[in-house]
Ligand binder design. Sequence first.
Ligand code: G3P
Ligand code: CA
Length: 387
Amino acid sequence: MRAIRTAQRGAVLLVAALATGLAGAPFAAATPTDSDRSRVIDRPAKQVDVPLVIAHRGASGHRPEHTLAAYRLAIRMGADFVEPDLVSTSDGVLVARHENEISGTTDVAEHPEFASRRTTKVIDGRSLTGWFTEDFTLAELKTLRAIERLPEVRPRNTRFDGRFEVPTFDEVLDLVERESRRRGEVVGVYPETKHPTYFQSIGLGLEEPLVATLKARHLNRPNAPVFLQSFETTNLRQLDELVRTPIAQLIDATGAPYDLVVAGDPRTYADLVTPEGLADIATYADGIGAHKNVVIPRDSADFLLEPSDVVDDAHDARLDVHVWTMRDENQFLPADFRIGSDPNAKGDARAEHLAFLDAGVDGIFSDYPDTAVAARDAWLRQQVAVH
Ligand code: G3P
Ligand code: CA
């Protein structure tokens, strides 16, 4: 049984402290040490948990996702955590990619020496054609360069195409350590194991190298500035047995965890966020990472409805709630906050962030950590104003 609320581990801000001059101080430190905690002023005041800003695939609104440049920019923008999705190479090295099929995020198609590696596979029940990380050694993968996933939406980012390597998980951790020292506060890492059932099925399970890395870097502890996350459940239960590092169960807006589908278990993500489902998650995890529509549903015209009970029910189960994914562009925003008719133009993303913070979430995944940090800090100032 875990049930350690992140809010209890994470930064706590006294609104009186903020009002008297701590605003702008590095109160957003992830999982503070005892010396960090001493910054919390001991005087009568309302305590406010500082919601986390989690840079989704790095500052992926500004740089090609899952590159060291994207993670570095996110940290310099003030993100509390950076989020690497993890897949495996053929030689068992964890690398940061959202999918094991890499034609959408690398220049692999332009490498004639790898043309014969193009193939079709069934991944999590879906047939996919392209190039797959598990068919490349790390040395081969390192000859590729990242490209922008959404060139139509984020054309400015294409100027970075061809400049950055696919980083290993170790390289991401090294960067975070360096940037934490530079910033003078701990920045966290929120790694996601991608397609864990599939990778186990081909003898390249992600969990073993992940656990080895956590142990080698002294991150096998409940107060590590780390959340391990997955859309599947079985691997998270296994990780709970193997390490004490915090864990978050991902919850999609539709469908079911693939490991449950394979096992013939009829439970869906909706079943996982009932009070009973959340109590079960709390036996192996510390939080949930929920699709934003699970927390605030939308109507048929894409306007926000009233928040669901999920935040309250999760908190009752002593689970934190982190929502994904905030993106500044109109096409990703609820209709309430779109500006103009261009789907690729920026809308009022700050208003969306504030709606979710008002709904009580403990963290936000964002492609634009600059927007998220500004909105989170504005929300904290609002808390001061009303108390
Ligand atoms: O892990 C939180 C969020 O990143 C889940 O969605 O598909 O972007 O990995 P995805
Ligand atoms: Ca992810």
